[in-house]
Ligand binder design. Structure first.
Ligand code: NAI
Ligand code: A1CAB
Length: 282
């Protein structure tokens, strides 16, 4: 895999996280190309991708109208990371520049395999993926569905690229809205919890810097434990001494409706993903 060229089209928050994770995993920068829109973003990108990014070829679509077409030439895999409302136009504009063997991986929420396939041409191998930003540190959760023209070898390549930045799960496409609500957006929920814990700590008299560090270290530490033992209920129980302090907080969370609230939040997310499918798909 390391000799193959991987191109990132639209290297912002999500594709940038995958590119950084891939480079940090040892993938050679010389085999990575990345495009962004503005000249300014292009200038800033290498630093954002981290110290392993030296040698990555960066293109700006503002500077050169055919930047994306140039960047995909000869690539084994192309990861599309522009916004959902742009992705089909961008993909259509790449149609003539892509090799027929090039695996196209979209990370856009709410854009179906069918639409991607139509935009890319009916023979192009196309994959729909829902990653998440912990890919930046090799701890992503990446779910994907493959189009009907993807060969076993192309699927293997896609799994190698995605697997370099986290855990890869193959799913039925009909599960993608729910997957988006769970793992795609999920890091934001954990960060929101850390934000709320920080604010509450300050209300209880802890100064801001210490509250920020305690909240962040606690959520990160809990994540590290979950990585070793993916059973959140058991881990929660191990903190909760009968008659102790945690019990009081958990009771307040449960009485406040945390389960129903989480379901409501994730249902709204999945509905938005389904609405985007109606809105953007051609
Ligand atoms: N941010 C996240 O946590 C996740 C995002 N996604 C998906 O990733 C995609 C991108 O989202 P973000 O990274 O958050 O957005 P972003 O705004 O950070 O990144 C978009 C990038 O595309 C570039 N761009 C725009 N038009 C371009 C063009 N014509 N040619 C080349 N580059 C172009 C921009 O310069 C920017 O770098 C979306 O489709 C979203 O649904 C999926 C999972 C998680
Ligand atoms: O908020 C969004 O639409 C994207 C998709 C999943 C995470 N971020």
């Amino acid at each position: 895999m390391s000799e193959k060229i991987v191109t990132f089209i639209g290297t912002g928050s999500m594709n940038g996280a995958i590119a950084s994770g891939l480079l940090a995993s040892g993938f050679h920068a010389q085999n990575v190309r990345a495009t962004v829109h503005s000249a300014k973003s292009a200038q800033e990108l290498p630093e954002k991708l981290g110290e392993e990014a030296e040698g990555v070829e960066v293109f700006s679509s503002e500077v050169s109208a055919d930047a994306n077409q140039k960047a995909v030439q000869g690539a084994a895999a192309v990861l599309l990371g522009v916004k959902p409302y742009d992705i089909l136009d961008v993909l259509e504009s790449l149609k003539d520049a892509l090799d027929e063997e090039t695996v196209v991986i979209s990370v856009a929420a709410g854009v179906s395999l069918d639409s991607l396939q139509k935009a890319a041409g009916k023979k192009q191998p196309v994959i729909r993926c829902m990653p998440n930003t912990p890919a930046r540190v090799g701890k992503g959760a990446l779910a994907y569905s493959a189009g009907s023209t993807v060969t076993a070898e192309q699927r293997k390549l896609a799994e190698e690229i995605l697997g370099a930045v986290g855990m890869v799960f193959q799913v039925e496409e009909e599960q993608m809205d729910a997957v988006t609500a769970l793992s795609g957006s999920g890091p934001a929920y954990a960060f929101l919890l850390a934000e709320c814990m920080k604010k509450a700590g300050m209300e209880l008299g802890i100064d801001e810097e210490l509250a920020k560090n305690l909240a962040s270290t606690t959520v990160a530490g809990a994540g590290a434990l979950l990585e070793k033992d993916p059973n959140p209920e058991d881990l929660r129980k191990a903190v909760t001494s009968p008659g102790g302090t945690t019990e009081q907080a958990i009771k307040a969370f449960q009485e406040g409706g945390i389960e129903e609230l989480t379901l409501r939040a994730m249902t709204a997310n999945a509905q938005k993903s389904a609405e985007m499918s109606q809105e953007y798909n051609k």
